[in-house]
Design a protein around this ligand. Structure first.
Ligand code: 3HC
Ligand code: NAI
Length: 695
């Protein structure tokens, strides 16, 4: 234990939790706490103990990186520490600032007193990791803030400012000045006034109507929880807090549920998401302390579908945006759409009048490139034609100030080519937003061969400001997401030729958990767009095979929802997809024209072919260095393509299934219809042979 972790202030020992970045309660810190509490109890001069956090938090909870490792259970484990603190003969006071979350809050709940600054964030967020508070949180929190409030916090995992809980038994005092000084003063009062030690475990829960409330809670939570088991288990554990004969019996119920949940694939997927999102923001060769360019003014070129949504992201973050178009009419239309979107939020009560006005006030429409001279970041979102992009980037090169970042939202064009339209390719980067750009979390940051490191660092930081999950991609056709989806769509097409109908494919993959199957999805996006992309591919890479069924559909003008007909039929004003007899007949006839005898295809085969097509292409992207890490690919699919969160993404899902099993399936499909699509990625074969995983 180092001196800074144990300090004596008169009769009070101060134990500082010091394990950056958030004082996660890993084995080393747990050992420090028990030794320090022992030392304080052994010292006759010490009359009280203050537990306080160093840095930005009291504690962010159990060290999640330890889960599944022997150190998580190694003594002193979190239970031992908590029991030890609770059993201290001398009063222990938790002094809370920053965050007290999960195991951190559970530790504080085992202390005899708690003081806090009002803006400290209090939460039991375990449910977001697919588990429940496993160190007494489900038993102690209801005892201090009441069953209903505790249930809401535990089942949702939301954080509450300490100030809002000031009047509950969770806190003994709010500290307005210096936390340590306030905690020391409080400790001295406890000693001088001989306050008895208060144990939360001894508080009785008196809630006569608990059964009706718990039933109500279960009914509300079940549909929202979907495939995740944790939320209902949280309610079971809280029920045990009310109904168990003893506190320890309730703890046993909580413990069993925790040990069960932590092993579930759903929890593994959620923890993967937690770390994956954070890992994605790091770039191996760009140091964390890279100096950033300042981004205070943004400009967007093109006020169409994407330009409008992109602008809203910055307006929402309080960053002024100048939006440029070629014609007044297009400019007015784009601005009107932004205004309409905000008005709709205003009507729904999601935006105040004041915020509405301030956001619209930050938007400056223009037809003149001169107005872009002071922009720090300029994002191009004009037509997807290389000639148009060339014109725009040459103009930007002429007017943008030195050091301005020039970004393109292109989804299919070569970013390096675009960068070379300027004399400053080091300042050019791809910012591939997804539609609707103001809503979708994903942002692919496309790194050109010349893109400067500080440009990368700056856009990753800017992405955080506008609340996007940014994932770096190298330059290739389709970047990470669309290159992979191309393989998925190819399989969907071949499945139609072999025996499926669109609704069967959609239903199978939706049952697996996708928000929308491939045919419903493309009907929404527009079949004409992918038709145009396929035509380009047919020209550029004639060796790549596709099912022609989708082309036949487009030849019928069935472009999707926007024309009321696509793979499905649509009724005016209604987005529900109705299976189409005409399309089904067309699909069956196309198989006959190809001389294929249609067969019955199982849901399992549909899911395997669609998902493993993603996994296999993901492995190629990793090997080529287009994606930095497997979890980045999963983040792309979880935040941009509706891949089911509880499955963890195409790469983690393959890890869970087992890479040898995935490889065997791919080899089996390679012997079937259009087996040429199934060349197992060398990386997949290598990892499978070595008994390793992607993650
Ligand atoms: N264990 C291990 N690492 C953690 C952690 C934890 N509990 N909480 C955060 N970290 C790490 C992050 O991975 C990140 O690492 P990196 O810099 O290497 O990427 C770093 O701390 C900083 O995290 P953020 O970028 O999220 O920092 P913020 O300041 O934005 O947020 C936070 C801090 C609010 C604490 C946020 O990190 C958070 O919500 N953490 C998770 C809290 C949580 O879920 N606690 C429950 C843990 S499970 C538990 O306690 C079980 C118990 O009941 C038995
Ligand atoms: P869009 O057609 O809705 O909007 C393009 C806008 O750019 C139009 O308003 C047009 O008037 C304007 N424009 C054209 N030439 C211009 C010029 N020289 N200067 C200024 N403005 C000009 O197109 P959309 O869908 O917004 O696409 C824009 C870009 O975003 C394309 O590169 C596209 O590939 C990409 N993208 C599109 C996605 C989508 O789902 N629509 C998703 C991700 C990227």
């Amino acid at each position: 234990m180092c001196a800074s972790e144990y300090q004596v202030h008169g009769e009070v020992a101060v134990i500082t939790l010091d394990n950056p970045p958030v004082n996660g309660l890993g084995l080393a810190l747990r050992s420090t706490i028990t030794s320090a509490v022992t030392r304080a109890n052994d010292d006759k001069g010490i009359k009280a103990i203050v537990l306080i956090g160093a840095g930005k938090a009291f504690s962010g909870g159990a060290d999640i990186t330890e889960f599944g490792k022997p150190s998580a259970l190694a003594e002193p484990n979190l239970h031992t520490v908590i029991n030890f603190v609770e059993a201290s003969d001398k009063p222990v006071i938790a002094a809370i600032h920053g965050v007290a979350m999960g195991g951190g809050l559970e530790l504080a709940l085992a202390c005899h007193f708690r003081v806090a600054v009002a803006d400290a964030k209090i939460a039991l967020p375990e449910v977001k990791l697919g588990i429940l508070p496993g160190a007494g949180g489900t038993q102690r929190l209801p005892r201090v803030i009441g069953v209903e409030a505790a249930l809401n916090m535990i089942v949702s995992g939301t954080e509450v400012p300490a100030g809002e809980l000031a009047k509950t038994a969770l806190f003994d005092q709010m500290i307005s000045g210096d936390l340590l000084q306030g905690a020391l003063a409080f400790a001295r009062t406890v000693v001088s006034e001989k306050h008895p030690l208060k144990l939360v475990r001894d508080i009785r829960i008196d809630y006569p109507n608990h059964q009706a409330f718990l039933q109500f809670a279960r009914n509300m939570v079940k549909p929202v929880a979907g495939p995740f088991p944790a939320p209902l288990k949280c309610i079971d554990a809280i029920a045990a807090a009310i109904t168990s004969r003893s506190f320890d019996e309730g703890i046993k119920v909580e413990r069993e549920a925790f040990l069960h949940l932590v092993q579930t694939p759903e929890s593994r997927a959620l923890r993967h998401f937690f770390f994956g999102e954070r890992a994605a923001s790091k770039i191996a060769d760009v140091p964390a302390d890279t100096p950033l360019r300042k981004i205070e003014k943004v400009a967007v070129i093109g006020a169409g579908t994407m330009g409008g949504g992109i602008s809203m992201n910055f307006l929402n973050a309080g960053i002024p945006v100048t939006i440029l178009e070629t014609k007044q009419e297009m400019l007015d239309k784009g601005v009107a759409t932004i205004r309409k979107n905000y008005e709709s939020s205003l009507k729904k009560g999601k935006l105040t009048q004041e915020k509405f006005e301030s956001r619209m006030g930050l938007l400056k429409p223009t037809l003149s490139y001169e107005d872009l001279q002071d922009a720090d970041l300029i994002i191009e979102a004009v037509f997807e034609e290389i000639g148009v992009k060339q014109q725009v980037f040459q103009k930007l090169d002429a007017v943008a100030k030195p050091g301005a970042i020039l970004a393109s939202n292109t989804s299919t064009l070569d970013l390096n080519l675009i960068a070379n339209f300027t004399k400053r390719p080091q300042d050019v980067v791809g910012l591939h937003f997804f539609s609707p750009a103001n809503i979708m979390k994903l942002l692919e940051v496309v790194r050109g061969t010349a893109t400067a490191k500080d440009v990368m660092a700056t856009v990753m930081q800017t992405a955080k400001k506008i609340k996007k999950t940014a994932v770096v991609s190298g330059v290739c056709d389709g970047f990470i997401g669309n290159r992979m989806i191309n393989q998925y769509s190819r399989q969907a097409g071949f499945l139609l030729e072999e025996g499926c109908l669109p609704q069967q494919v959609d239903q199978a993959i939706e049952k697996f958990g996708f928000a929308m199957g491939p045919f419903r999805m493309i009907d929404m996006a527009g079949n004409d767009i992918s038709w145009a992309i396929r035509k380009r591919h047919y020209q550029e890479c004639p060796e790549i095979t596709y099912s022609k069924t989708a082309d036949l559909l487009c030849e019928l003008g069935r472009f999707g929802q926007k024309v009321g007909a696509g793979w499905y039929d649509y009724k005016p004003g209604d987005r529900s997809a109705h299976p189409s007899q005409l399309v089904n007949d067309m699909v069956i006839k196309h198989s006959a024209d190809l001389g294929i005898t249609r067969r019955k295809i199982s849901d399992q085969e549909i899911v395997e072919r669609l998902v493993y097509a993603l996994t296999n292409e993901g492995a190629c992207l990793l090997e080529e260095g287009i994606a930095q890490r497997a979890s980045d690919i999963d983040m792309v699919y979880l935040t941009g393509y509706g891949f089911p969160l509880h499955r963890g993404g195409p790469m983690l899902y393959a890890d869970i299934i087992g890479l040898p099993n995935v490889l065997n399936a791919i080899r089996k499909y390679a012997k079937g219809h259009h087996g040429e699509c199934w060349q197992a990625a060398p990386l997949l074969a290598k990892l499978a042979a070595e008994g390793k995983t992607f993650n």
